[in-house]
Design a protein around this ligand. Structure first.
Ligand code: HSE
Length: 438
């Protein structure tokens, strides 16, 4: 049988990795797919030929991505350009032309996935996006197919390698935030705009996608609460450790009685949890299903070959499905499109969680009691309190508290009242806390 002709958009880190994997594992991939896969046409504005193994196996290379999606010979388009535009236009054009699409573009799927999937359904083509979440970890496949028997209860994931690398280096080596970020950029992990990593936007893209796959709701990136790691101080990392916790930047999606939580923020996690011990640039996703219980998926969340592994797995899936009835394929979000639910995504004020609070207050009798009574009046129960020794001659002292679970709206009111006290200096530092018990 003739090899399937594929068009490749982008020859950067992931594009180069995809060429390498398709070349070096060609025979094994053909045994799995049932046909060979040939990159007949690639487009890239800039690339480094010397860093791509297998470049000579590409049929043609040009610089016009639209020429690839218009080429009648191409059956599958791999989009590895990233960003919203022109990726959206290219993918929609490829679909309009009856081509299947494989993409690693989490921003595109999180923001425009509903439109793209509708267009793909209409045209009877597949859009694969395994590489969009957690790089090489097959979490999309797990949520969409492997866990299809379950009512998914919650997901908690370390889904940004750069952020995890920064937090790990801060904890282990006391390194400076900016210095670690520069290293992550040099290693090729960070996004083109590193604020996407540091401010949680990249993780929010990925969580949005996982939330839809888990709960069968349309993609709603704009409803995902997003807080980054840039405000975490070295002292918070130390205080959390003294209390038996690690600070991890988590994406959490949970089904509650009132709706669905979609939130990305730094989180205190008990240090004995596996997730708390996922370090460096590695990713991990913990999924709790009602039948299966907790399951954990761990691996490289970025990098050329791990991400290419996910891209090529999608390609194999698409090749296998070329001859199947479009109506009988696995739905893009794992649920039949007409069965998606309109369950509301909750505002962060409606979410219930526990908290770590760091308060800088005057060291005099009654201050701690006043703070504790404000928390009590708001119905917030304290789990632990630590007061740090003030330095010689210092009049202010740092207090660290852990609370039981409470609605964020109530905690906001309590924090506003504490910050209004004359005896409290500086804004209160609040970090959400999860036990992640199965
Ligand atoms: N910037 C991302 C990360 C790359 O650091 O995880 C993979 O999406």
């Amino acid at each position: 049988m003739e090899p399937v002709k594929v068009g490749l958009l982008g020859l950067g880190t992931v594009g180069g990795g995809t060429v390498e994997v398709l070349t070096s594992n060609a025979a094994e991939i053909a045994r799995r797919a049932g046909r060979g896969i040939e990159i007949a046409f690639a487009a890239a504005r800039e690339y480094r030929p010397e860093s791509i193994n297998g470049l000579d196996r590409i049929g043609r290379i040009g610089d016009d991505a639209f020429a690839v999606v218009e080429d009648p010979e191409i059956e599958i388009v791999i989009e590895l350009i990233g960003g919203y535009s022109p990726a959206r236009e290219l993918v929609l054009k490829a679909i309009e032309n009856g081509k299947h699409v494989v993409t690693a573009n989490k921003a595109l799927i999180a923001k425009h996935g509903n439109e793209i999937f509708a267009a793909a359904r209409e045209r009877g083509v597949v859009v694969g996006f395994e590489a969009a979440v957690a790089g090489g970890i097959p979490i999309i496949k797990a949520l969409r197919e492997g866990l299809a028997a379950n009512h998914i209860e919650w997901i908690a994931g370390i889904i940004n390698g750069t952020g995890n690398f920064i937090l790990t280096e801060m904890r282990d080596k006391g390194r400076d935030f900016a210095d670690v970020l520069a290293e992550a950029q040099a290693l090729g992990y960070a996004e083109a705009d590193p604020t996407f990593d540091v401010e949680g936007i990249d993780a929010a893209h990925k969580l949005t996608i996982m939330g839809s796959l888990a709960f069968g709701i349309p993609l709603q990136f704009e409803r995902c609460f997003t807080e980054g790691i840039s405000k975490i101080g070295a002292m918070d990392v130390v205080y959390a450790a003294e209390l038996g916790y690690r600070i991890k930047h988590l994406g959490i999606a949970r089904r509650s009685e009132t709706g669905i939580e979609l939130r990305v923020h730094p989180t205190l996690v008990p240090e004995r949890r596996l997730l708390a011990n996922v370090d460096g640039v590695m990713n991990a996703v913990l999924v709790k299903g009602d039948a299966v219980g907790p399951t954990l998926y761990y691996g490289a969340g970025a990098g050329a070959l791990p991400t290419a592994s996910a891209v090529v797995a999608d390609l194999v899936d698409v090749v296998r499905s070329l001859t199947t009835d479009p109506n009988n394929r696995v739905p893009h979000l794992g649920f039949q499109p007409d069965a998606l639910a309109d369950t509301p995504v909750l505002r962060i004020e409606e979410v219930e969680t526990a908290y770590y609070l760091r308060i800088f207050a005057l060291d005099q009798p009654g201050v701690m009691a006043r703070i504790a009574s404000i928390l009590g009046e708001q119905g917030i129960s304290i789990e632990a309190i630590k007061q740090k020794e003030p330095g010689e001659g210092e009049t202010y002292v740092t207090m660290v508290m852990l609370t039981h679970r409470v609605l964020e709206g109530r905690m906001n009111e309590a924090i506003a009242r504490i910050e209004a006290l004359d005896s409290v200096q500086e804004p209160v530092m609040r970090i959400r806390m999860e036990t992640l018990s199965g």
